[in-house]
Design a protein around this ligand. Structure first.
Ligand SMILES: Cc1ncc(COP(=O)(O)O)c(C=O)c1O
Length: 491
């Protein structure tokens, strides 16, 4: 019989707390007794009673052999993996583990250019050389999709010695590639496939959603349980299939990247989220899909708005689509996605997942009901009326996304090079030594080692002027950028 209704970790931690032991160990707040009253009252005694540390009865995430091991084994069964490692360092920690498990200094890793910054951080830490694949750009929406099987074949033909291929599946916007075929191609070269599954924890549990990494036969997947799977923020899992990957190496690396003070609140929340997904996930996700589809249809009846649906599937990089993502193109209203984000916040107390120059993204999960989506639709109706003149004027507005910059130095060499500061507006032609990205989604506009272009400067300026959260440089005011120092002949 399936054991998925059990929660060995949450149950074990709770039973330990119930014994009310006298604690001469950290955390020093001692079940909340030593904590600020206001916070203790707000957060509650139950939560504080299980805010514990890895004492012997509670197992140890760094050497699991008891309740954490059992919980990870149940998770592996639920996710179709051979091994599951719990992460309290977010999906970023799981992604860094995947890359550092397969790459050392000088090793090649094939990655799409539109990766999350944690991928680039791991490339810098490991000293690996990225071989970039151009993601497919959706010129209508102004967003990047996944990578095509043709591009993967070409990259592997040219770099059969790569130590890994990283795929984002599905993307932040819910678009997925033909992962099964990508895995088959990569395995012909014995190259392991590492999947950034930050936005796909739920897809494993419903047949109407894209194939999950484990279903497609990928070797590793960093899967954000906290994003869409019902666990607490920062908790995540790393799923592993044995064969091209050594699970003992993965355990060693994840341990190197993880705090020794692992939160039992986060770990317990992973245990219960897994139980919920495995036992009730299908039914709950069915409801989320219906609610999202109904909302999409209503939004598509509003003049000037377009909410992306299954018609997006068809291009080589858009092989499948997660309907619980509501990508709402607002460009025909003559305002930016950020303007809409602010208006929804101020007028309707609605917070969206992200906005960019042309879109807003709202996610529907099993935490939503018709009441919330109705408020969203009503708000969007009002917004459309407010911008009616623009809709009549514009019809189909253009999007502008800069080309991918040229990489002149490896990101690690650039990061550790001798650098200097130059004015932002005079930086075209120079090699950047820092990251620049809009977060969310956290995809770099520039990474260390790339040559800055005038087009990049204009695009950054456009995002800043729109009020979008452009981040990365030491100088948060964007007056200056750190670039690789140039050495001129002495006169
Ligand atoms: C595509 C992608 N990968 C990885 C991450 C990192 O996840 P986490 O915030 O759990 O570290 C994110 C977060 O936004 C993401 O969007």
């Amino acid at each position: 019989m399936s054991q998925q209704h059990l929660t060995p970790l949450f149950t074990g931690v709770r039973e330990h707390a119930k014994k009310d032991p006298i604690q001469f160990h950290i955390p020093g707040h001692k079940k909340g007794n030593g904590m600020d009253d206001e916070f203790r009252t707000f957060i509650g005694e139950n939560a504080l009673s299980i805010d514990l540390i890895n004492i012997t009865p509670l197992d140890d995430l760094h050497h699991p052999h008891g309740m954490i091991k059992e919980a990870q084994e149940l998770a592996a069964k639920a996710f179709g993996a051979d091994f599951t490692f719990f992460s309290v360092q977010g999906t970023s920690g799981a992604i860094m583990t995947m890359i550092m498990s397969v790459c050392g200094p000088g090793d090649k890793i094939i990655v799409p250019r539109n990766v999350h910054k944690s991928v680039m951080s791991a490339i810098i830490f490991s000293g690996a050389t990225p071989i970039f694949i151009h993601p497919e750009l959706d010129n209508h929406l102004g967003i990047s999709h996944g990578i095509t099987t043709d591009a993967v074949s070409k990259a592997l033909e040219q770099h059969p010695d790569a130590k890994g291929l990283l795929v984002i599946n599905p993307t932040y916007f819910g678009v997925s590639a033909n992962l099964k075929e990508i895995v088959d191609i990569s395995h012909r070269y014995n190259v392991p496939v590492l999947v950034d599954e930050a936005h796909g924890v739920h897809i494993h549990f419903h047949e109407d959603l894209p194939l999950s990494a484990m279903q497609a036969g990928a070797d590793m997947a960093a899967t954000s349980v906290h994003k869409l799977g019902g666990s607490m923020t920062q908790s995540s899992v790393l799923n592993v299939k044995e064969g091209l990957i050594s699970p003992t190496r993965v355990q060693a690396i994840i341990s190197m990247l993880t705090t020794t003070s692992t939160s039992y609140l986060l770990l317990s929340s992973l245990d219960v989220a897994r139980k919920q997904l495995a036992t009730k996930g299908h039914e709950m996700i069915s409801e989320s899909i219906s609610l999202a589809n109904r909302t999409r249809q209503e939004i598509n009846e509003i003049p000037g708005l377009y909410c992306v649906g299954p018609e997006i599937v068809g291009s080589k990089a858009a092989f499948d689509f997660d309907p619980t993502k509501l990508i709402i193109s607002i460009k025909d209203l003559g305002i930016t996605g950020y303007d809409v984000e602010v208006w929804l916040r101020e007028k309707y107390n609605i917070e969206v997942e992200l906005s960019d120059l042309y879109n807003i993204l709202c996610i529907i999960t099993f935490g939503d009901t018709l009441a919330e989506t109705t408020t969203l639709v009503n708000a969007l109706r009002e917004l459309s009326k407010l911008h009616q003149d623009q809709i009549e004027l514009r019809h189909t507005a253009e999007v502008n996304v800069p080309d991918i910059p040229t990489l002149a130095l490896s990101p690690r060499d650039a990061f550790y090079s001798e650098t200097e500061i130059v004015p932002f507006h005079e930086s075209a032609g120079r090699i950047i030594a820092e990251f620049i990205m809009v977060y969310p989604p956290g995809i770099p506009i520039l990474i260390p080692g790339e040559i800055i272009t005038k087009e990049n400067i204009d695009y950054i300026q456009e995002n800043l002027a729109a009020g979008l959260p452009v981040q990365g440089p030491e100088d948060q005011e964007f007056q200056f950028l750190r670039v690789i120092k140039e050495h001129h002949a002495i006169r």
